[in-house]
Design a protein around this ligand. Structure first.
Ligand code: 5GP
Ligand code: MG
Length: 178
């Protein structure tokens, strides 16, 4: 385990079993729909790469960039979005792929922006769901793990751009960011 972590919350093996399960659930819904998996960068890129390989059906991948955190561990509430797909998602089945749903501010903004483009359907697949921290009126349709209100890193999740490469998820020691 990395020495900046308090624990390993989700091991590589646990994550891999979970993502395989998500792939099977998605197949039941999307196997004949050629959906667009729309990842929110940067955090979702590791989850996305495992998730699509757990999905044995035709699909497309796109990304957009959202930033709300900077180098803090508390959401700023200011969300900026870039690289959003335009009319190309009209009539398509879209699954937003997110690393972690926290207050929901980021995804609520992205969801409203995408809904305006008239996709055939729009669902959310979040690797982690900090359900008790929700402030916006939003929930994920597919959830890897429901997690407590801690600050997690690893498996794409960063603190100040570090730790994304850890193959597991853990809670960062408070002294690292205090
Ligand atoms: P929200 O808008 O839902 O409050 O924040 C969502 C974004 O905040 C996530 O996409 C992620 O980038 C960041 N975030 C929220 N909680 C955590 C966490 O525990 N660890 C890390 N590394 N990022 C988080
Ligand atoms: Mg993010």
């Amino acid at each position: 385990m990395h020495r900046d972590l308090l624990n390993i919350s989700y091991s590589e093996e646990t994550i891999s079993a979970c993502v395989r399960g998500l792939g099977q659930r998605l197949a039941a819904e999307y196997a004949d729909k050629n959906p667009i998996f729309l990842g929110i960068l940067k955090g979702s890129f590791v989850f996305m790469s495992d998730l699509i390989r757990a999905c044995d059906f035709p699909l497309e991948v796109r990304f957009l960039t959202a930033s709300s955190y900077g180098s803090s561990t508390v959401t700023s509430g200011n969300v900026s979005v870039s690289g959003a797909p335009g009319t190309e998602i009209a009539g398509r089945h879209v699954i937003i792929v997110e690393d972690i749903l926290d207050t929901g501010t980021t995804l609520a903004k992205i969801r409203d922006m995408l809904s305006a483009q008239n996709p055939a359907s729009l669902k959310i697949c979040a690797f982690l769901d900090k359900a008790e921290c929700r402030r916006a009126d939003i929930s994920a349709d597919y959830v890897g793990f429901t997690c407590p209100a801690a600050f997690f890193v690893g498996y794409g999740l960063d603190y100040a751009e570090r730790y994304r490469n850890l193959p597991y998820v853990g809670v960062l020691k408070p002294e690292v960011y205090e």
